[in-house]
Design a binder for this molecule. Structure first.
Ligand code: PBG
Length: 327
């Protein structure tokens, strides 16, 4: 049948009909809120390029985590800003470091809120690279035991999920064996299997103070031109024991999310990153877009592409926005 018998507009005529045939639903229960932990007390430092996001001392962070939980947000993803940085990123795997402290505080305040911990050295190294540097290059194999040590320290503190974002080869396997050996066989790994060398991490590096002091990350993060490579990376991480995988950034890589989802029957997370957040905030502040509708549409697109988990700085706001926006 074709026009005039067939008229797709019939099912779009009223909000009730549109709701009835809607294919994709999103809600805060599928969202993870990234947060930045700092040492100290009652300290909140706004991040200028990410309006609404702040570095928070552990006490304030735990309180905000509880609020997020009360609004239906599934979990938080913790990043730490250490008191001192060094060549080997020591505070990343210090059991008394910023992340173990933050994990314990959030778990006390909101035991049912999922606590994910990012695993990477870049916030903790004085050179800002994601691993230890030897001869001007990031030394893959020398970095693995440090990442594994960090994972164990976070699991000991009570992390529900560990999420390595460093992009070293073999890190999922190294982390899995270390967790298992330490009695944490039950702690899942959500690996950033597909992480591109993206310009959209700029505001995050301001927030985490983690910009590389020389060179860039293209020798370990992926080339934005490649999609098949994403499938190879995913296959390797799953073989090494990843329980779910992440694609990052999200909006410019919807095709990659879809391909990973179609090829592998595992949960897929997508990270709507700092630059993607900052662009929406900036355009909204200028009055150039309707923020609520643009946010709902963006998060919906990521979900429609195939991600069941959305990591987004909008998680808390989204719980409210999604109730207010009518399509
Ligand atoms: C750490 C890490 C980064 C992000 C998440 N984990 C920065 C980077 O790789 O430079 C970016 C997150 C964002 O932009 O929101 N390696």
């Amino acid at each position: 049948m074709s026009y005039p018998e067939s008229r797709p507009r019939r099912l779009r005529r009223t909000a009730a009909l549109r709701r009835l045939v809607r294919e994709t639903e999103i809600g805060a229960g599928r969202m993870i809120l990234p947060m930045f932990a700092i040492h100290g007390k009652n300290d909140r430092r706004e991040i200028p390029s990410m309006p609404g996001v702040a570095q928070l001392s552990v006490d304030l962070l735990a309180r905000e985590g509880r609020e997020a939980f009360e609004q239906g947000v599934a979990g938080v993803l913790l990043f730490g800003i250490p008191s001192t940085k060094d060549a080997r990123g020591s505070e990343a795997y210090d059991p008394k470091g910023i992340i173990p402290n933050a994990v314990r505080a959030v778990k006390r305040e909101a035991p049912e809120l999922l606590v994910w911990t990012d695993i990477c050295l870049c916030e903790y190294t004085d050179h800002g690279h994601c691993g230890v540097v030897r001869g001007g290059e990031v030394d893959n194999d020398a970095t693995l035991p440090l990442l594994a040590e960090a994972a164990v320290a976070y699991a000991e503190a009570g992390a529900d999920v560990v999420a390595p974002s460093d992009m070293m080869d073999g890190r999922v396997g190294a982390i899995r064996s270390a967790l298992d050996a330490a009695g944490f066989a039950h702690v899942p790994i959500v690996s950033y299997a597909v992480k591109y060398a993206s310009s959209f991490y700029g505001p995050f590096r301001e927030a985490a103070g983690s910009a590389p002091q020389f060179g860039d990350r293209r020798a370990y993060q992926m080339d934005p031109a490649n999609a098949e490579e994403a499938l190879r990376e995913t296959a390797l991480d799953l073989e090494e024991g990843a329980d779910a995988v992440m694609v990052k950034p999200a909006v410019h890589y919807l095709d990659v999310i879809r391909r990973v989802k179609e090829q592998f029957a595992v949960p897929v997370a997508a990270y709507h990153v700092s630059g993607e957040y900052a662009m929406l905030k900036a355009a909204a502040a200028a009055g150039w877009i309707d923020e609520k509708r643009a946010v709902a549409e963006t998060l919906l697109a990521i979900r429609r592409a195939g991600a069941e988990i959305l990591v987004t700085y909008y998680a808390k706001e989204a719980s409210r926005i999604l109730k207010e926006v009518e399509w």
